[in-house]
Design a binder for this molecule. Structure first.
Ligand code: ZN
Ligand code: ZN
Length: 411
């Protein structure tokens, strides 16, 4: 991999992605494989004035052994210090920002008990909820970016020798993250301007619902939450500091109304959930809830996902991504939501983002529910956009507007 581009990538992640501010502590979460990128991000963060940088390492092999051999009782017993290790920084002067560096093996938990994995992961989510409020509500800057690991690269390029596969994945990541030309900051400015323009147009129409159809059988009407706002890539935190939650990002998204989604939708890419793959799935909605579902592979896992909690059978996000997105055009399946969700229109089972509703960031859970904003401990994006997806919008004053034709924006 080109070291010069790696430095540019790290700079971009820290300066534009998480946008570390002087005096803040940066927490980096990453697998051991991400060390080369984490070190460069740490340097860039100190150079940007960070007070301190803490790195929380994980090792996927250890995580798998623990998931396989640890008792469920122990694995669901999340000690309070884990939460405090984040809140102590979030509540302190100067504050905190957080960067997740991914190099995940999409099938790390392949063959293990899906129900146990789900309960363990739900226990952790529940224990960390007070911390998640900081990121879901954009109180602090947060960012997710990725780099190759051997296991991940091998999955995408199974026929290549491992070093070739890793190199190819680096090139793919640099390409779709707009790093290859050597000036990601400028490339992203133009990209964000375009996404913001589309978002503004969507908001100006004041849609009540959007309707998806495609030749694979998808016919889905998504009613929008009361006061729903279309958002794009960049968000401000509560102090007005702009950041990019996801690198890369191609989506314009908002909050569905949790009771007003009807019809059937077919998945168009496999979905990696809790270290296993759900393939060829479909779900049928009635009045906002999934009433029927199936999958060619791992249908049980999809069932586990939908039974995670009371809100998991409804969706909290609908996102529009054109088929011409660089991730889709790469022709690669990344087996990683950060990339695959930016290759296709998607919906997310579980929680909505408070920022996708007018005044949502200041609402209580009850107020959000009253606006139709779904609540759950999970937020799982699944890809449903096809090359021939058509989307129309129904405005609150009764007009039908064509939004997508054959997978592309026509606004
Ligand atoms: Zn999304
Ligand atoms: Zn999402």
């Amino acid at each position: 991999m080109n070291h010069n581009l790696l430095e540019k990538y790290a700079e971009f992640i820290v300066r534009v992605g998480v946008n570390v501010q002087p005096g803040q502590t940066l927490i980096i979460n990453g697998n051991l494989e991400t060390a080369p990128l984490a070190r460069l991000c740490m340097k860039a963060a100190f150079a940007a004035g960070a007070r301190d940088v803490r790195v929380d390492w994980a090792d996927e092999a250890c995580s798998r052994i623990r998931m396989e051999m640890g008792s469920e009782e122990a694995l669901t017993d999340v000690k309070p210090y884990v939460l405090r290790s984040y809140l102590d920084f979030a509540e302190s002067e100067g504050g905190v920002c957080v960067l997740h560096l991914l190099a995940d093996d999409p099938e790390v938990y392949n063959g293990l008990d899906a129900a146990k994995i789900n309960r363990v992961s739900m226990a952790r989510r529940t224990a960390l909820k007070p911390w998640r409020v900081y990121t879901m509500n954009d109180k602090i800057q947060w960012c997710i970016a990725a780099m190759p690991s051997e296991s991940w690269a091998k999955m995408i390029f199974p026929n290549e020798p491992i070093d070739v596969a890793v190199e190819k994945l680096w090139n793919a990541i640099f390409d779709v993250c707009r790093v290859t030309d050597g000036d990601p900051v400028t490339a992203w400015k133009a990209h964000l301007d375009r996404l913001n323009g589309l978002k503004d147009k969507m908001n100006a129409y004041d849609f009540e619902s959007v309707h998806f159809t495609s030749s694979n059988g998808t016919d889905l009407t998504v009613g929008l939450a009361d006061g729903a706002i279309w958002e794009s890539a960049s968000s401000p935190n509560e102090k007005g500091v702009m950041f990019l939650p996801n690198i890369p990002t191609e989506e314009v998204f908002t909050a569905p109304h949790k009771d007003k989604v009807n019809g059937i939708v077919y998945g168009t890419k496999p979905y990696a959930y809790n270290g296993q793959l759900i393939k060829g799935f479909h779900v049928t909605f009635k009045d906002g809830r999934v009433v029927e579902h199936g999958a060619e592979e791992n249908a049980d896992l999809l069932g586990e996902l939908l039974d995670s909690d009371a809100g998991a059978r409804s969706i909290g996000e609908v996102a529009l991504v054109p088929a011409s997105s660089p991730i889709n055009r790469s022709g690669l399946l990344f087996y990683n939501t950060l990339f695959d969700e930016n290759a296709a229109c998607h919906i997310a089972f579980g929680a909505s983002y408070p920022g996708t509703c007018k005044g949502g960031k200041d609402m209580t859970e009850e107020e959000m529910l009253a606006h139709g904003m779904n609540q759950s401990e999970i937020h799982e994006d699944v890809m449903v956009g096809a090359e021939d997806t058509n989307i129309t919008g129904l405005t609150r004053d009764g007009r039908t507007i064509q939004i997508f034709e054959n997978g592309e924006w026509v606004l």
